[in-house]
Design a binder for this molecule. Structure first.
Ligand code: RB5
Length: 144
C-alpha cells in the first residue's frame, strides 16, 4: 500500500519510527516531513498528506502530532479526506469498519510507539463494512 506520512515537531520521533515500521511491513512510504524536530505548524504537514490522499497519490495517510487532534482537524478540512484521531486498537478497527477513514492521526506524546504500531496494523488491515455505513459515509462526503 502507498502510505503518505508526516508529523510536526511533537510527533517527529514517532513519525521516524513508524515510517521505518511501515517500510519493514512492505509498504511504500512517502515521507512528507519534517526532517527534524524543529518547531513547525502541524496544518502545513496535514495539508501535504491530506492532498496526497485526496488526489490519489497515496491510498492512506498517517499524521503524528502531540495529541493527533490538530492533525485531524486540519486534514478533515480537505475534500476527500476522512481523518480519524485514534488512541487505541478498537477505535482503529471501528474507524475503518464504520467510517472508512483514509487518514489516521496519532499522538506522539500520549500513546507509546508500540501501541501506535498496533493501531497502524489495525488501521491498514481492517476493511470498510459498507452496508448501512455506506450511506452515512456518503453523507459525510456530501459535506465536503
Ligand atoms: C504542539 O505543541 C501541539 O500543539 C501539536 O503537536 C498538537 O498536539 C496539536 O493538536
Amino acid at each position: 500500500m502507498i502510505i503518505s506520512i508526516a508529523s510536526d515537531h511533537a510527533g517527529f520521533e514517532q513519525k521516524q519510527l513508524l515510517a521505518a515500521y511501515l517500510k519493514e511491513c512492505g509498504h511504500e512510504v512517502v515521507d512528507r516531513g519534517p526532517d527534524s524536530d524543529d518547531r513547525v505548524d502541524y496544518p502545513d504537514f496535514a495539508a501535504l498528506v491530506g492532498n496526497d490522499v485526496a488526489q490519489g497519490r497515496a491510498e492512506r495517510g498517517v499524521l503524528v502530532c502531540g495529541t493527533g487532534i490538530g492533525m485531524a482537524l486540519a486534514a478533515d478540512k480537505i475534500a476527500g479526506c476522512r481523518a480519524a484521531n485514534i488512541i487505541n486498537v478498537q477505535f482503529a478497527e471501528l474507524c475503518r469498519q464504520h467510517n472508512d477513514a483514509n487518514i489516521v492521526t496519532l499522538s506522539g506524546r500520549f500513546v507509546d510507539v508500540e501501541e501506535n504500531k498496533r493501531i497502524l496494523d489495525a488501521f491498514l488491515s481492517t476493511p470498510f463494512e459498507g452496508g448501512r455505513h455506506a450511506g452515512r459515509v456518503a453523507k459525510i462526503m456530501e459535506l465536503d
